[in-house]
Design a protein around this ligand. Sequence first.
Ligand code: DGP
Length: 139
Amino acid sequence: MNRDPDCIFCKIVAGEVPSFKLFEDDATLAFMDINPANEGHALVIPKEHATDLYAVSDAVLARTAATAKKVAGALARTLAPDGLNLVQCNGPAAAQSVMHFHVHVLPRVKDDRLAMNWGLKLGDIDAIGRLAERIRVWI
Ligand code: DGP
C-alpha cells in the first residue's frame, strides 16, 4: 500500500499516532478531527496515501464516499444535527492543511455561520474521545 513516511494521516493509519477511530475497513479509516469546527467533526481517509482529489483513484474515492456516508448516518443518529456537510479541500487556497486526501464529515448547527475556510483550533480531546464512543455505537 502506498505510504508517505512524513504524512500524519499515514501515521494514524499505521497506528503510530493515536486517533479516536470510528470505523475502518481494508481501504478506508474514519476518525475524529482534533480541530473540530463543530461538535462531531469527523474525517474519512483512504488508507493508501494520495495527496488530493486529483491523485486518488476512482475506486478508492468511491470507497471513501461510502465510508463517509456510513459516518454521516452515525453522526446523524448520535447528535441529530440541524444539517451536515461533506467538505473536501484541495490546495492551500482551499484550506487543505494535510496533504493526504480526506473528506470532512461536518455536523452543522443552525446559524453557526461557519465559513468555508474555518481555521484550526484544538478541541477538547477528552470530550472528543467520549463522543467517538457514542458515535461508534451507530456504525
Ligand atoms: P484540511 O485543513 O482540510 O486539510 O483538514 C485537515 C484536518 O485534519 C483538520 O481539520 C485538522 C485535522 N488534523 C490535523 N492533524 C490531525 C491529527 O493529528 N489528528 C486528527 N485526528 N486530526 C488532525
